[in-house]
Design a protein around this ligand. Structure first.
Ligand code: NDP
Ligand code: MG
Length: 384
């Protein structure tokens, strides 16, 4: 039987790489749903190729364009963000690949969990915003969550077969696009500069998040929820070559690592095929990569990492606030509406003013998200 995938965010970086995998293994996978935010032309091309049962265009302004373009095809067309939560629930879906970016990924994950679907999760914001609630629901509904994020996939792979307690996780970090830039130069960084990641080609938002280390902070939070660990047991290590994708240290001092070429096809296919592995042509050469180096994170240059640790330790809606403010600030930075250093300042402004709601419900998270966005716009002096 083929594994039937609902692929949310199919037009993005992870979405397109997931489709590469499906294209190469038509005997194993079938696509039931494809979704895009606003890039409707790409969605239409994908729909013609993969013939899903349905597509969703989240931005309702493009509904007619998609409907007309697919008029001759037996494909249902939906629009709006609520449709994203609905298309994942159908009986024809085995696995939900959540490759959405940002807070938008939360509700579809929750909806899929409630139907006990397997979830291949790239959308780390789901766990950053509402990790406590999401993991509780996943356990209750026996919905497996398999990480696509390369560091978490690495940790997951290192933990297979292990039962002994962990001493710590070591999450590796390339250092992002501004790694070699002195701290004094950060104030003048342009979006174009920050978008050039040395190792990975990714969506714009995560590339900026990688440069500020907000992404690494989010990965610490994501790891805490996925693997049930306290903040104190999770460390971050700069590793510019991105060959070691992360490590696990046990109480006896043994350290396990997962290595390979930086290529998201590996963790995506692993999340889809676990406990099997894909047959891939990749052959990593140690001789061609003789130097693996490591360094501590410069906590002064990258304050976002400690802010994320603080949010994780605070619990409640703190990380949700950090995420919402960051989303607004990154979008503003990309649109040349604020400076690079304003991203972290916006997060600090929102965290200083937002109420931290303990034991939040889904509605509390939604309210905290809205409030953090309002605070971020207030700080940046920008309109809706
Ligand atoms: P992209 O920006 O490339 O793609 C995001 C996808 O989500 C696109 O299909 C986009 O549609 C859609 N989308 C964006 N906003 C909305 C919205 N409000 N409602 C509905 N759909 C929306 O992101 P990435 O693929 O880079 O990242 C996806 C997730 O995976 C993120 O959470 C990221 O942190 C995580 N991740 C990514 C990695 C990577 O290598 N790219 C590595 C590890 C994790 P449209 O194309 O129309 O804009
Ligand atoms: Mg990652």
């Amino acid at each position: 039987m083929k594994q039937r995938l609902a692929l949310l965010g199919s037009t993005g970086s992870i979405g397109c790489q997931t489709l590469d995998i499906v294209r190469r293994r038509p005997e194993e996978f079938e696509i039931t749903t494809l979704t895009a935010g606003s890039r409707w032309e790409s969605l239409v091309l994908q729909a013609r190729e993969f013939q899903p049962d349905s597509v969703v265009i989240a931005d309702e302004r493009y509904y007619e364009n998609v409907r007309e373009a697919l008029a001759g095809e037996p494909i249902k067309v939906y629009a709006g963000s609520e449709a994203l939560s609905q298309v994942v629930t159908g009986g024809e879906v085995d696995t939900v690949v959540n490759a959405l970016v940002g807070y938008a990924g939360l509700m579809p994950t929750v909806s899929a969990i409630k139907k006990s679907k397997k979830i291949a999760l790239a959308n780390k914001e789901t766990l950053v915003v509402a990790g406590e609630l999401v993991m509780r629901l996943a356990e209750q509904h026996r919905a497996p969550i398999l990480p696509i994020d390369s560091e978490h996939s690495a940790i997951f792979q290192c933990l297979i077969g292990e039962r002994a307690p962990l001493r710590r996780l070591i999450i590796t970090c390339s250092g992002g696009s501004l790694r070699d830039l002195p701290i004094e130069a950060l104030k003048d960084v342009t979006p174009e500069q920050a978008l050039k990641h040395p190792q990975w080609t990714m969506g714009a938002k995560i590339t900026i998040d990688s440069s500020t280390l907000v992404n690494k902070g989010f990965e610490v939070i994501e790891a805490a929820w996925l693997f049930g660990l306290d903040a104190d047991k999770i460390s971050v290590l700069i590793h510019p070559q991105s060959v070691i994708h992360s490590m696990v240290e046990f109480e006896d001092g043994a350290i396990k690592a997962q290595l390979g070429t930086p290529d998201m096809h590996m963790p995506i296919s692993f999340a889809l095929m676990y406990p099997q592995r894909a047959q891939r042509d990749e052959h990593f050469s140690f001789a061609d990569n003789p130097t693996l180096t490591f360094a501590e994170v410069d906590r002064v240059k990258y304050p976002a990492l400690d802010i994320a640790y603080h949010c994780l330790r605070s619990g409640g809606t703190a990380a949700c606030t950090m995420n919402g403010a960051n989303e607004v600030a990154v979008a503003a930075f990309l649109a040349h509406k604020c400076g690079y250093l304003d991203i972290v300042r916006t997060i600090e402004y929102a965290l200083d003013r937002a109420e931290n709601i303990k034991k939040p419900t889904l509605e509390d998270y939604a309210a905290a998200d809205l409030e953090s966005r309002r605070l971020a716009r207030e700080f940046l002096k920008i309109k809706e």
